[in-house]
Design a protein around this ligand. Structure first.
Ligand SMILES: Cc1cc2nc3c(=O)[nH]c(=O)nc-3n(C[C@H](O)[C@H](O)[C@H](O)COP(=O)(O)OP(=O)(O)OC[C@H]3O[C@@H](n4cnc5c(N)ncnc54)[C@H](O)[C@@H]3O)c2cc1C
Length: 400
């Protein structure tokens, strides 16, 4: 039996990191607890960054994950504005960017993901990605009515920012190499409805392979447009790039921790004895689907953090079995999905449509029901979720 933890260090102070810390205290852990926070802000929530914060409906104070008093009550040594830059696993030492180092007997890695960028975009004004509150404030400062915003990428972030910007009176063009927005995650049929919704709200959609952006066009250090493979260009005052994200694991190179597309964890979320990962950065074998997955959604970060906090206290190797959940806001509609729908084989819209403001769709992989999407249909969605949890055969609940 391993000795009880007395010095836990958590790297990453957002949804997963802070929740781990808070759950540890709730579970009775009263020894040393250090949180390494790369950002200079107190821990905050990210989903509003592309929604209420961007539209100006909410101020920064509204997205704090804890009040200053509640944070103080947790008695955590928070190192803000400092990153972990190297891990020595054999010696249980963590080296920080302020030239200090920490030792630990348990470590939690909760460093999330970092946005992908277009080549040669780093020093250009007017080009934005969105992961942090500073990113959101910088982007929001450029969302001035009448300007032309080009959104590169038709995933959740691209579509949410397009919606927010069109509401603010910008002239918005969304370019996407796939035929419809949200197609990779939700399929072409729902994607077509999302496209219609955006067009209805005045967004110009340019989709399909010919609209894959190759590079940016600039003058005097500021972006002036985007360029496509055929040599054509599209002018822009501001460009928002949302082309996915990669796990923030560079600092773990050479550490000996198993790192690939995320930190490769055992089913209990441990990556090595006494070392765990949680949130967007963690890849694990999920027994609920018998699949290796990495989930970039808010609820998963909380659920994994609570699981890790329990394992840190009891040391038991219980697996993290989960049916993931996410939502996305598209204008005033909330699309909610329960399940693991990546790599689905079939999507079936069972009732309604986005225009009706009520929809249920279900997802099949192999012969199993693996997910359900609902809009304005909370009760029905709950029932479908249960069928997903139960591992129900598709043929038993969806007619052919
Ligand atoms: C704009 C936006 C909108 C979103 N909207 C939704 C939504 O509508 N629905 C949904 O389900 N999900 C949404 N998400 C996803 C959700 O926010 C994430 O799943 C969640 O934030 C993951 O939490 P995390 O703690 O794992 O990672 P993160 O929130 O990314 O936090 C990781 C933290 O670790 C820090 N860090 C990285 N490297 C180091 C290092 N070496 N040392 C110290 N610290 C480090 C980072 O700076 C960051 O503060 C959204 C995300 C974004 C960015």
């Amino acid at each position: 039996m391993a000795t009880a933890a007395s010095n836990i260090v958590i790297v990453g102070a957002s949804a997963a990191g802070l929740t781990t810390a808070a759950a540890l205290r709730r579970n009775g852990y009263d020894r040393d607890l250090t949180l390494v926070n790369a950002e200079r802000h107190a821990p905050y929530d990210r989903p509003p960054l592309s929604k209420h914060l961007l539209t100006g409906e909410w101020g920064v104070d509204r997205i704090a994950l804890k009040t200053p008093t509640d944070l103080d009550g947790l008695a955590i040594d928070i190192r803000s504005g400092v990153s972990a830059e190297r891990l020595n696993l054999a010696q249980s030492r963590l080296f920080l960017t302020d030239a200090t180092e920490l030792t630990f007997d348990r470590l939690v890695v909760a460093t999330g993901v970092t946005p992908r960028v277009l080549p040669d975009s780093a020093h250009l004004d007017g080009v934005h990605t969105l992961r942090t509150v500073d990113d959101a404030l910088a982007l929001s400062g450029e969302l001035v009515a009448g300007r032309h915003l080009v959104v590169v990428g038709g995933g959740f972030l691209g579509t949410e920012v397009a919606a927010a910007a069109s509401g603010l009176g910008l002239d918005v063009t969304l370019v996407n190499a796939l035929p419809t927005p949200l197609e990779r995650s939700l399929g072409p049929a729902i994607g077509a409805q999302v496209a219609a919704l955006h067009r209805l709200n005045g967004v110009d959609l340019r989709t399909g392979p010919a609209n894959a952006v190759q590079s940016l066009v600039s003058a005097n250090g500021r972006v002036t447009g985007v360029a496509f493979a055929d040599g054509s260009t599209l002018d822009a005052d501001v460009v928002f790039v949302a082309i996915g994200a990669v796990p923030a694991v560079d600092w773990l190179a050479g550490s000996g921790l198993p790192v690939g597309d995320g930190i490769e964890c055992a089913p209990d979320l441990s990556a090595s004895p006494g070392i765990y990962a949680a949130g967007d950065v963690a890849r694990w074998e999920n027994p609920a689907f018998d699949e290796s997955m990495r989930v970039e959604h808010r609820t998963n970060a909380t659920e994994q953090a609570m699981h890790v906090a329990e394992r840190l206290v009891d040391g038991a190797p219980d697996a993290f079995a989960s049916v993931p959940y996410f939502w996305t806001d598209q204008y005033d509609l909330k699309l909610q999905v329960h399940g693991w729908i990546k790599g689905y084989d079939e999507v079936r819209i069972l009732e309604g449509s986005l225009v009706d403001r009520r929809m249920i769709a279900v997802f099949r992989r192999g012969d199993r029901l693996v997910g359900a999407l609902g809009v304005g249909a909370a009760k029905a969605l709950r029932s479908w979720r249960q069928l997903v949890v139960d591992g129900t055969a598709w043929a038993d609940v969806v007619s052919s």
